[in-house]
Design a binder for this molecule. Structure first.
Ligand code: AFP
Length: 340
């Protein structure tokens, strides 16, 4: 049995290069996030008994004010990360602007504190997504502009999944992955409170028969996306010549986790419902970290045409369409969009 601490120890021992201080800083930040993840797991386990269900501001049966778990998760991560000496600043999906932390810190951390928050009240999976970037203006208080770096600049990214068990998946950038472990998966042992290694070098098959999309938006999709899904739905009677299955968790963490475990494609496409929005998902808190995981596992991640991690961000809360997972299916979506 290899615990997360064992894994990090052996990773650092194997590291003797000049990037070792950056590596230990990244590890320290991941440790801070996983410590908070254990607290969130505990709150979710208590569920309704911890007064985390319902709307923020509502009163519980004792007449006390409730805080929604996404607000609690945000506060816990913010407090823990701003106290981490390596963290120069934090950006959260829940907050309008970045929060400066330690000016001597060399890292920036972005997070979605509780992805899939509509699942909390119904006891379904949720998760925390994180992305770690270098702070290129070390010594200066961070601003939103410091976070506007391409996904390819990420030093590490990952998620905690709060499902029937709590799991942690993360990956280092290619440059920092000195052990060539790719995407690594740990599971929280509820008896010891330790994350234990489940699998390294997770790999996604290039082909799949499973897709995830919220089909209630079908009438708003662009014609090439409608064509792609119609071809999947036609199964053996259509041009694809095989039957496909649908799964939708309503928490991207859950869908991406399924893809890392057994393959598939996940799509939250551009639609015409609200022309002011490029998509629903956030580039910096959802799409970029998940893209790093998916690409490092051999999958592909695009906005239907272009690679997500090549986006030059213009706003920390920017939204993007997302098509990620099995390489051949992502390419098929690209082909239909390029032909249109
Ligand atoms: P919430 O955190 O607001 O529930 O949103 C979750 C999410 O951003 C992503 O995790 C899901 O894949 C997607 O939205 C679900 O969206 P729909 O509610 O439109 O199905």
């Amino acid at each position: 049995m290899t615990t997360l601490n064992d894994y990090f120890q052996s990773y650092l021992t194997a590291t003797s290069s000049d990037s070792s201080s950056e590596k230990s800083a990244v590890i320290d930040v991941i440790n801070t996030i996983t410590t908070v993840g254990k607290e969130i797991t505990e709150l979710l386990r208590k569920g309704a008994l911890a007064d985390i269900h319902g709307e923020a501001g509502a009163e519980n049966v004792q007449g006390e004010q409730q805080k929604k778990l996404d607000v609690i998760a945000n506060d816990l991560l913010l407090d823990a990360l701003t106290a981490n000496k390596h963290c120069a600043g934090v950006a959260s999906e829940e907050l309008d602007d970045a929060t400066p932390a330690n000016e001597s810190g060399e890292l920036l951390v972005l997070f979605d504190p509780l992805d899939g928050s509509s699942n909390i009240d119904i006891n379904m999976p949720t998760g925390t997504i994180f992305s770690i970037l270098p702070h290129n203006n070390k010594g200066q208080a961070v601003t939103n502009a410091d976070f506007l770096q391409k996904g390819t600049e990420q030093l590490a990214a990952g998620y905690l999944l709060y499902g029937s068990s709590a799991m942690l998946a993360f990956t280092f950038s290619d440059a920092l992955d000195s052990n060539n472990d790719g995407v690594i998966l740990f599971s929280l042992n509820p008896t010891t409170g330790e994350f234990e290694l489940v699998k390294k070098n997770i790999s996604i098959d290039a082909d799949t028969k499973e897709y995830a999309i919220n089909a209630s938006n079908a009438r708003h999709w662009l014609p090439p996306m409608q064509q792609y899904i119609n071809e999947l739905l036609a199964g053996t009677t259509g041009p694809r010549g095989k039957n496909f299955n649908t799964r939708w968790v309503a928490a991207m963490v859950g869908d991406v986790h399924r893809i890392l475990c057994r393959g598939g494609i996940f799509i939250y496409p551009k639609d015409t419902k609200d022309p002011s929005k490029a998509g629903k998902l956030r580039l910096m808190y959802e799409a970029n970290p998940m893209s790093l995981l998916i690409e490092r596992a051999g999958g592909a991640s695009t906005d239907a045409i272009n690679r997500i991690m090549d986006y030059e961000p213009t706003d920390i809360h920017q939204r993007v369409p997302v098509v990620l997972g099995a390489k051949n299916e992502v390419e098929q979506v690209q082909k239909l969009h390029q032909q249109a």
